[in-house]
Unconditional design. Structure first.
Length: 364
């Protein structure tokens, strides 16, 4: 299997179009055409991880956090990023990152953490916006069913757990073909009236270009009329964070002790609890201090994330308990998702979890 074939599977699961504007997901180093000899799964890229990949015969590292976030103008070994790039290139080790795009998947980073700590009835905490579109086209009545089916096959028409969703209106279209036209119906120079169907359906941004290409390929008209509308609807199947429920009301401190043990955290910082027992829990893997108000708005009793600054913790407002479990600790199970994606594709190469400690934080 080539690297590009495997990374395409990752991008089906977590499309790159969902990454945050500051992020740099996808291939970072290496040749996509190269054959995979072995894959090493890690949260972070360090020189030690690259040494481990070399020692284990892995020529592809799949990481959660990108090695390269910003532009690199020189690669001369001045810092760990440049040294990692040099070492990876010298040893023919490719690097791929799946970061905030994986964070935003309903079965992504936060959902995996939620499953580990006993939550059910999961839903996205902060649904993604500006990623849904409506595509509208006008088709001769006899061709409407075929064009509609083509749009569905290109990824259009999914709303929640429903698919093949569309709406149609019968009407009359008019046009006049110019001298250099090759009209499907009507004559050059004469105004033509045609019974047409207006077909409209919803589509996610990652499928939009494919759907337009498919529409243009099968529409009988030489120059099809179609409209694209950006929707303000929330995409409830993607976004940051997760909120869910415990099977029953649970004593807060007992629950936090369980979380500490499950995540093998050296310590959990938490705010003064307004309630002794909790039922509804929100979380965001990694760094999610900005989503406290979202958790409160959705009725959470406890909000779990990492990287809270001192003043962030005052946002609990004696309404919710905030628990800081650490950035690394809240994302550590991401490697399991990576393993599942790779293993589902019947690899003929070794898949290995990195044993190298990349968490920069220690506890005493």
């Amino acid at each position: 299997m080539k690297i590009k074939e495997l990374t395409a599977k990752f991008e089906e699961y977590a499309p790159l179009s969902y990454q945050e504007s500051y992020d740099n997901c996808g291939m970072q180093v290496g040749t996509p055409e190269a054959e995979i000899r072995g894959v090493l799964l890690t949260l972070d890229i360090t020189e030690g991880v690259i040494d481990e990949a070399i020692a284990k015969g892995c020529n592809l590292i799949i990481a959660h956090h990108p090695l390269i976030f910003r532009g690199v103008k020189k690669i001369i070994g001045r810092d760990h990023i440049e040294r990692c790039i040099i070492k990876a290139i010298k040893n023919d080790v490719a690097i791929y990152a799946s970061h905030t795009n994986m964070d935003k998947m309903k079965n992504g980073v936060s959902a995996r953490l939620a499953q580990k700590i006993g939550l059910k009835d999961l839903e996205i905490l902060v649904p993604e916006q500006n990623c849904l579109f409506k595509i509208v086209t006008f088709v001769p009545t006899a061709s409407a069913a075929f064009v509609r089916q083509t749009l569905f096959e290109a990824g259009a028409g999914t709303i929640g757990k429903y698919d093949r969703c569309s709406y149609s209106i019968n009407g009359e279209g008019t046009f006049r073909a110019g001298n250099d036209c090759h009209p499907f119906v009507g004559a050059i120079g004469g105004e033509h009236h045609e019974e047409e169907v207006r077909i409209e359906t919803i589509i996610k941004k990652e499928h939009l270009s494919r759907a337009i290409k498919a529409l243009l390929a099968v529409h009988p008209y030489e120059d099809p009329a179609y409209d694209i509308y950006e929707l303000k609807n929330e995409h409830k199947e993607a976004g940051l964070g997760i909120i869910g429920n415990l099977p029953e009301e649970t004593e807060l401190l007992s629950y936090l002790k369980m979380v500490k043990e499950k995540l093998q955290v050296g310590a959990i910082r938490y705010t003064e609890p307004p309630k002794k027992k909790i039922k509804r829990v929100a979380l965001c893997g990694g760094s999610g201090s900005e989503f406290v108000q979202n958790a409160i708005a959705k009725g959470a009793d406890l909000y779990i994330s990492g990287d809270f600054k001192y003043h962030d913790l005052f946002n609990a407002e004696n309404i919710i308990t905030i628990a800081d479990v650490g950035h690394f600790e809240s994302e550590q199970f991401t490697k399991e998702i990576f393993f599942e994606i790779v293993s589902k594709n019947n690899p003929k190469f070794a898949i290995q979890f990195s044993d190298y400690k990349t968490n920069p934080i220690n506890y005493i």
